[in-house]
Design a protein around this ligand. Structure first.
Ligand code: ADP
Ligand code: NA
Length: 335
């Protein structure tokens, strides 16, 4: 039994936001601090070019993503933090896996269908094989565990299929790659837009001015919460009644996620109170938890040399694990 390892990554596209923090980064930090995993946290800039992108903006976006990871609590002394393109073993293993994964597996991926839209003919081939690259991202570290949201579950299934097929075809009875397990995340991790409580808070939704970005200062955070859309009713005293009200559900969910409580527990405190009371309370909590992150983020982003040094160190550390894994994979397929 090898070491327990975590791999996770985010694309350097757009501005990281409260949803990314509560749905992903906060969990990464908890897994890092738990102490029983070796963690690999990657800025997946090779996935970022599967869709049209601006080459001039990419280096800054990679640094901003790295700064957000660190500001959220990823500690480069504990976890390897690096850019995907700086570790060429990802791409090399991905090619091998392109020859292990079957067309039918990739064709079943719903995210490709969503992102390619109606005009599949014009989507990049890279977008189609994106889940295969993701399998290489994970397995080049023999990662045993991956924190995944709902949207990535199907991709992790494909990664497990690739590992099993590779082991069967080339392992000669040996488990070369682990069958990576999902890490199930805490409840309430899906944050919706403050505009309506209905669409996901997303960095790709450029028209959403209500989004709380990880670089927003304390005043901006408080202002966005005050402006969040709500209904005129006071907060109810049952979860059932809450669930019928999307904006209220979202705001209570944010309060719960920030403070590590359950929504029911937050309701018990605020039932019968209107948003005139709840919003200021939420704004206080949000500022208390997020303002230190956003201060640190803005400090780091201004120090390009520091970020570059951290990313270079992280890539070196990642390669000490990835290189021997790739070498083993190449050996067993006959290179
Ligand atoms: P975006 O939708 O902003 O483009 P990504 O799809 O790149 O974000 O997701 C990056 C990570 O952040 C993933 O782990 C995803 O599950 C998480 N995430 C993104 N948006 C949200 C959200 N609104 N609520 C919870 N988690 C989110
Ligand atoms: Na997205």
């Amino acid at each position: 039994n090898g070491p327990k390892r975590i791999f996770s990554g985010m694309q350097p596209t757009g501005q990281l936001h409260l949803g990314n923090y509560l749905g992903a980064l906060k969990n990464w930090v908890a897994l890092q601090d738990e102490g029983s995993f070796e963690c690999f946290y990657c800025v997946v800039d090779m996935h970022a070019i599967t869709m049209p992108h601006d080459p001039k903006a990419l280096p800054g976006a990679v640094r901003a993503a790295a700064a957000a990871y660190i500001a959220a609590g990823v500690d480069p002394a504990k976890s390897a933090l690096f850019a995907q393109s700086a570790v060429p073993e990802h791409a090399e293993l991905a090619w091998i896996f392109n020859c292990v994964a079957r067309m039918g597996w990739a064709e079943r991926m719903t995210q490709f269908k969503d992102k390619a839209g109606k005009d599949k003919e014009r989507a990049s081939v890279g977008l189609f094989t994106y889940p295969v690259l993701m399998a290489a991202d994970i397995l080049v570290y023999k990662a045993t565990h991956v924190p995944v949201g709902d949207d990535q579950k199907q991709h992790l299934e494909l990664c497990r299929d690739v590992a099993a097929r590779f082991n069967r075809d080339y392992g000669d009875g040996e488990m070369i790659f682990p069958i990576t397990e999902p890490v199930i995340q805490g409840p309430g991790a899906r944050i919706m837009s403050l505009r309506d409580g209905l669409s996901k808070m997303s960095k790709s939704d450029v028209s959403d001015n209500s989004r709380i970005n990880l670089h927003d200062d304390a005043d901006t955070i408080a202002k966005k919460i005050r402006k969040a859309k709500t209904d005129p009713e006071p907060l109810p005293d049952t979860m059932e009644a809450l669930n019928a009200r999307p904006e209220a559900t979202n705001l209570v969910g944010i309060y719960a996620a920030l403070t590590g409580r359950t929504k029911a527990d937050v309701l018990a405190e605020f039932a019968g109170q209107g948003f005139g009371v709840f919003k200021p309370a939420l704004a206080d909590v949000a500022v208390e938890y997020l303002a230190p992150i956003s201060d640190e983020f803005r400090r780091l982003v201004a120090d390009q040399a520091e970020i570059d040094r951290i990313l270079t160190d992280g890539a070196e550390r990642a390669r000490t694990v990835a290189a021997p894994v790739l070498k083993q994979a190449k050996q067993v397929i006959g290179y």
